[in-house]
Design a protein around this ligand. Structure first.
Ligand SMILES: [Mg+2]
Length: 267
């Protein structure tokens, strides 16, 4: 695959996953080769709001689906949350509504799991095992003064069978009880992009964000001073660029075209 001039100026790449590399459980055509070509230009990380898996878990899922990636190349919101709490508050005592990704990354960062009534922080993400009893425990923790961190507030999550409730559904349940999150670390939060840049070891102006959602991937990356490439294989469309006024640095039909230098236009 020819390496394109528009990308030669960058020293690191941050990619969204759903709508850029995958659709559902299926890699987009040429995604693995495009990823390999990008790595020739600089380090790559995959930044996802999905909190259900850890870096290691997310990497092994992608490998199963046919995308060869290393755990160090994954920056899921479970990892972003654990890293943020460690940097801002040191080791914390936590309880969570979510899946094993949160538990694993929080433990790796040195945070201590405790019963809800002893938690200083409640960490929340998409939870396919959510029950009324768990919501009641979360309410108990919040009433006792636990602080609320949301890994993301994506309303829905795309699967092969269509959309399912996302992290935002869990956050919304807590908001409905009167407890909005104190902090949301997932895209479009700058916290997510700073974690990705730290993983790359490059400055914002040296990095390119490649994503399919204007309001999260593109606007969020612009907020921390990154250049952006918008691909048309996911949620947002060219018409949305006009509608939202969010103008990416580059626009390409897909990742393969972008890496091959077939840029539709400068945004
Ligand atoms: Mg996406």
């Amino acid at each position: 695959m020819a390496l394109a001039s528009p990308l030669l100026r960058y020293r690191g790449f941050v990619l969204d996953i759903d709508g850029v590399l995958l659709r559902g459980r299926t890699p987009l055509p040429g995604a693995a080769a495009a990823l390999a070509a990008l790595r020739q230009l600089g380090p790559v990380v995959l930044l996802t709001n999905n909190s259900t898996k850890s870096r290691r878990g997310a990497a092994s899922r992608l490998r199963e689906l046919g995308l060869p990636v290393e755990a160090e190349e994954l920056v899921p919101s479970s990892y972003v949350a654990a890293r943020y709490l460690r940097e801002e508050h040191g080791p914390v005592r936590f309880w969570y509504l979510g899946e094993e990704g949160i538990a694993e990354e929080m433990a790796l960062a040195g945070h201590g799991p405790v019963p809800p009534e002893e938690a200083d922080w409640l960490v929340v993400g998409m939870d396919r095992g959510l029950t009324y009893a768990k919501l009641a425990q979360a309410l108990g923790a919040l009433l006792r003064g636990a602080r609320l961190l949301a890994t993301n507030r994506d309303p829905t999550y795309p699967t092969e069978d269509g959309l399912v409730p996302g992290g935002g559904a869990v956050v919304g349940a807590l908001e409905g009880m009167g407890f909005p999150p104190e902090v949301v670390v997932g895209k479009p939060s700058p916290i997510a992009f700073r974690a990705a840049l730290a993983a790359l070891g490059v400055r914002p102006e040296e990095a390119l964000m490649i994503g399919d959602r204007l309001e999260t991937d593109i606007a969020g990356a612009q907020g921390v001073g990154m250049d952006t490439a918008f691909v048309l294989t996911g949620i947002s469309t060219l018409a949305d660029v006009e509608r939202t006024g969010i103008r990416p640095t580059w626009v390409a039909t897909d990742l393969v075209a972008l890496v091959g230098g077939e840029v539709l236009r400068r945004g």
